[in-house]
Design a binder for this molecule. Structure first.
Ligand code: NAG
Ligand code: NAG
Ligand code: NAG
Ligand code: NAG
Ligand code: NAG
Ligand code: NAG
Length: 453
């Protein structure tokens, strides 16, 4: 190593000289070329080999330096490697000691192993015997396991049912919680309702007291009403008495100023007082068809002539003791006061008695010709012969109101309500009503309502 160093010092010196020399050239390579150029021009051929030599030496020196550097690097590497080798060697020595130790241990271990093997063999035999025992136990255990399987199933069932029950319990406890909450809410509501009820009770009490007062007043009213009803009854009976009195008075008055024969329940001649005419006599009849009839026409076989003029028929004629006609004006006045019925009483030549009735008999005033109205017909055997005269004006030989060109009244020698002459004329000399001869005829009138009294 030392040799290498001396050599390098020497090389360094040479190199330095060379570098100084070449650097003069290097300094100016351009100069070199210029020189070359000049030398070429002047004396180049002589100088050139020297120059080439110098260039060669310089190149070699450069190579040497590089190698020197490399050598130095290698040297330091070598030193490092040497130190490493020293370290490795120390380690190796340590490890050899360890190896020795290990070898001893291995030897010992081999002994131990032998011992172990012995023990192992012993253990193996023991294990074999134990295995036999275990096999027996396993057999027993498998039997038990079958049972256990059942048990497990049951357990699982029990477990699931337990779980279910747990869940149920959870739900139930939730329910209970809910219920208790609900209960609380309901209790609150109940309390509210209670207070409301108390208020209502107060209102009801008030109402009750008002009802009581109303009841009392209504009772008072009832009593009052009873009193009033009693009073009313009393006054009613009084009124009825007065009405009766009045009626008595009226009948008395009627007797004093009668318009019909109703007040006279006999068959005598009485005075009527009819407005427009005043007082006049009538023949009443209560024998033929009940009480209170006025006789307006009568033919009982007398020698009275019914072939009379208008004025005589208007006024009336004859004798109440025999045949007579009351008079058209009187009949009109009487029948215009109220509704009358007509009763025709007939006695046939052979003695048989007949009746014909009309329920609304009246005759109009003179201006309308004393026209006839009859109403509904009712009868025994005899026909409704007078219907032919209904609505007809009265005719006399001196006042012809009939429906013919002839003079019916003159032809039949009597006044009557002629149409195209007649059926059942009770005024003609020979009474034919309707088919056979009559020896007696009477025309009676009475107020329609009198029948009901
Ligand atoms: C019961 O069932 C529950 C849930 O399925 C499970 O976690 C638990 O181990 C079971 N217990 C038994 C004893 O099977
Ligand atoms: C309890 O009440 C709540 C609401 O009030 C309801 O949603 C829940 O289902 C209830 N639980 C049960 C178990 O009834
Ligand atoms: C009214 O009073 C009578 C007796 O005083 C009683 O019987 C009746 O129940 C009462 N009515 C009411 C509605 O209070
Ligand atoms: C007769 O009747 C008329 C009314 O028709 C009446 O005014 C008069 O007072 C009556 N005469 C008597 C005396 O009753
Ligand atoms: C009717 O007869 C009576 C006597 O009975 C007589 O006085 C009267 O004049 C007669 N009348 C007529 C109209 O012939
Ligand atoms: C009278 O004559 C009529 C009609 O011919 C007859 O219906 C009636 O029976 C007779 N009476 C007597 C009593 O003969």
């Amino acid at each position: 190593m030392c040799k290498i160093k001396n050599n390098s010092v020497f090389s360094f010196i040479i190199l330095h000289v060379f570098l100084v020399a070449t650097s003069a050239f290097e300094e100016t390579c351009e100069f070199d070329r210029q020189m070359e150029e000049q030398c070429r021009i002047h004396n180049y051929k002589t100088v050139k080999p020297l120059l080439d030599y110098f260039r060669q030496v310089r190149n070699e020196l450069e190579d040497k330096e590089i190698k020197e550097n490399k050598l130095n690097e290698l040297n330091s590497d070598l030193m490092e490697k040497y130190h490493e080798i020293v370290r490795i060697h120390k380690k190796f020595i340590k490890e050899t000691a360890l190896l020795d130790e290990y070898k001893n241990k291995v030897l010992k271990g081999e002994n131990d192993l032998q011992l172990c093997q012995n023990k192992n063999e012993k253990l193996e035999s023991e294990i074999n015997s134990q295995q036999n025992i275990i096999v027996k136990i396993i057999g027993k255990l498998t039997d038990k396991c079958a049972n256990l399987g059942n048990c497990e199933l049951q357990l699982q069932n029990l477990n699931s049912s337990l779980i279910e029950k747990d869940e149920n319990i959870k739900r139930l406890s939730e329910n209970i919680q809910n219920i208790t909450e609900h209960k609380k809410r309901i209790e609150l509501q109940v309390n509210e309702k209670k207070s409301m009820l108390v208020k209502q009770d107060e209102v009801i009490k008030k109402c009750q007291s008002e009802i009581d007062t109303l009841n009392r007043t209504s009772e008072n009213i009832r009593e009052e009403r009873k009193k009033i009803q009693l009073e009313l009854k009393e006054s009613e009976t009084k009124l009825i008495d007065k009405v009766k009195e009045n009626q008595l008075c009226q009948s008395e008055l009627d007797k004093l100023s009668p318009t019909t024969c109703i007040p006279f329940e006999d068959s005598d001649v009485h005075q009527l007082n009819v407005s427009g005419i005043g007082f006049f006599d009538v023949l009443c009849n209560s024998q033929i068809a009940g009480p209170g009839w006025i006789v307006i026409q009568q033919r009982v076989g007398g020698n009275e002539s019914f072939n009379r003029d208008w004025a005589t028929y208007r006024k009336g004629f004859g004798s109440y003791k025999s045949d007579f006609f009351l008079g058209l004006e009187k009949i009109h006045r009487i029948t215009s006061l109220q509704r009358f019925e007509l009763y025709i009483h007939l006695v046939a030549v052979n003695g048989s008695v007949f009746y014909a009735g009309y329920d609304d008999f009246k005759i109009s005033d003179e201006d309308h010709g004393y026209a006839l109205s009859l109403g509904k017909f009712s009868e025994t055997i005899i026909k409704d012969s007078m219907r032919y005269s209904e609505n007809m004006k009265f005719s006399t030989f001196d006042r012809d109101n009939d429906f013919t060109g002839a003079n019916c009244a003159a032809d039949f020698e009597s006044g009557w309500w002629y149409n195209a002459c007649q059926h059942g004329n009770l005024n003609q000399p020979n009474m034919i009503y309707p088919l056979f001869y009559m020896k007696e005829a009477k025309m009676l009138i009475r107020p329609k309502e009198a029948m009901k009294k």
